[in-house]
Design a protein around this ligand. Structure first.
Ligand code: 5BU
Length: 264
């Protein structure tokens, strides 16, 4: 199916090339799933990617979780993700001033060289987005920022006022790919979609077929409902990598999310 037909208004309204790329990948894979690859060794990362790569559209990393991280293997890992037609998303949650965020995209992990997407809090002001975009320019690459407008964890301090301020600032910014919404609550996602309009992505963590409370304050909502409420990508970690059969679980999340998009 053509991305234009599957995504309708989102395709028509999105102006960022990276958003169009994601929508096309999602159509090729028939999946709106971003795997949260929260593993702790390079071998586990490779194993997980090899087993679920065909059912996901993006790969979310926490590069600093990996105990035996090294540059050579990481580059090989990112090349494998590219061969599997995936966007690479480092969930770094940048929050410093613009010039430091720019430099934090370098350093030992050199995130600017391999990430297509990163997360940022807007708590320090709008220059964090410019800093991150400057870093991708330094690497002669393009990328997109997902701003944390909501979070899935209980007791978080992202109040409705804060959310609307983030959305107002991010909506107009060409460096902003979209927003992170609280996938554990369909009403929150719906409210966020109303604020955001159709022009930017909403990606949602806090999604699991088994809804309810997770570990250490995490909360989970239903994947189908999240997409119907306006999420463009469900971010799933333990629902996939913690399942008895991760490949089967990933395929199930893919099917649910793709069906929901077509119904939406
Ligand atoms: P889980 O195993 O599906 O609970 O993993 C969720 C992932 O999404 C994990 O990597 C978190 O860092 C990430 N996350 C989240 O859970 N909630 C949020 O609000 C944000 C990110 Br932002």
């Amino acid at each position: 199916m053509e991305a234009r037909d599957a995504w309708k208004v989102r395709w028509e309204t999105s102006t960022l090339p990276m958003a169009k790329t994601f929508m096309e990948v999602a159509c090729r894979k028939k999946s709106l799933v971003c795997l949260a690859a929260d593993k702790y060794t390079m071998n586990e990362m490779f194993d997980l990617l090899n087993s679920v790569g065909s059912s996901i559209a993006a790969l979310k990393t926490h590069v600093d979780l990996i105990s035996d991280w090294n540059q050579d293997e990481w580059i090989r890992f990112c090349m494998l993700a590219q061969e599997m037609d995936l966007l690479i998303f480092e969930d770094r949650k940048f929050a410093d001033i613009g010039k430091i965020s720019r430099k934090q995209m370098g350093g030992i992990y050199n995130i600017k060289e391999w990430s297509d997407l990163v997360t940022a809090h807007l708590i320090s002001g709008p220059d964090v987005v410019d800093g991150l975009q400057a870093a991708w320019s330094d690497a002669s690459r393009e990328g997109g920022v997902l701003l944390l407008a909501q979070m899935s964890s209980r007791g978080n301090l992202l109040t409705p006022d804060y959310t609307s301020t983030v959305v107002e600032a991010g909506r107009a910014h060409p460096g902003v790919f979209g927003f992170i919404g609280n996938g554990s609550n369909a009403n929150s996602v719906r409210e966020l979609r109303t604020m955001v309009g159709d022009g930017k992505m909403i990606w949602t963590p806090g999604v699991n077929i088994a809804t309810g409370d997770g570990e250490m304050g995490q909360r989970y909502g239903d994947p189908y409902e999240a997409v119907m409420a306006g999420s463009d990508c469900i971010i799933v970690g333990s629902g996939i990598h913690g399942a008895e059969n991760p490949a089967e679980a990933a395929a199930a999340y893919a099917e649910i999310s793709w069906k929901a998009l077509l119904e939406r």
